[in-house]
Ligand binder design. Sequence first.
Ligand SMILES: [Zn+2]
Length: 211
Amino acid sequence: MISKSKQKEIEKYVNSSKKYYSKIFNQNEEIDTKLYILNREEAKKIWGKNLPIWVYQFYNKKGMIIINDIPKEKLNSKDLKIGIYHEMCHNFYFKLLGTYLPQWVDEGLANYLANYKFKDKTFMKFISDYKKDFPKQDYLKIAKKYYKLSEKDWLDNNKTREFYACSFLAVKKIIDQKGLNYLFNWLNKFKINPIKKNYNNKIYGLLKIIK
Ligand SMILES: [Zn+2]
């Protein structure tokens, strides 16, 4: 269960994360965020019946959903903050583009701007373990497979592991080599026509410059 004081803390991070992202996304912080603290059954109605057991928070068109069965060890201030900042990134992404696609960019960016920037130890261990297991992979090439995950994909541990790790590593590679502005310009082009055909031709074309 999430206590009243933890709820207050969550609200505090919702507000501070808006300030953080309004600068990065160059958008008004007045952005509307509906926050729902729900039990798992209620959350399932929003996600769909196959809500993975390891998901404790997510963002969708309805707003930010926090599931009240978060384990105690994840309710410390740092994890709470990173979790909220992560979900808030999805909010700003959607407000900017009107879509959560391509899903690897949405997820990679949230992991970069929240989990990586705020030094989420669990996440960075997850990434270094992945790199140890697959040292010679082209992370960008793999990430691009994840345009949109199906409900089935979310239940496949190997797929979600690959999805989270490669999305982050690919986004990090783009930002390291080209900068965050490059990524945002690229996303703005995507905004004009976020259909898959356009994504494959025009948008992938931009990525070819990244070695
Ligand atoms: Zn996410």
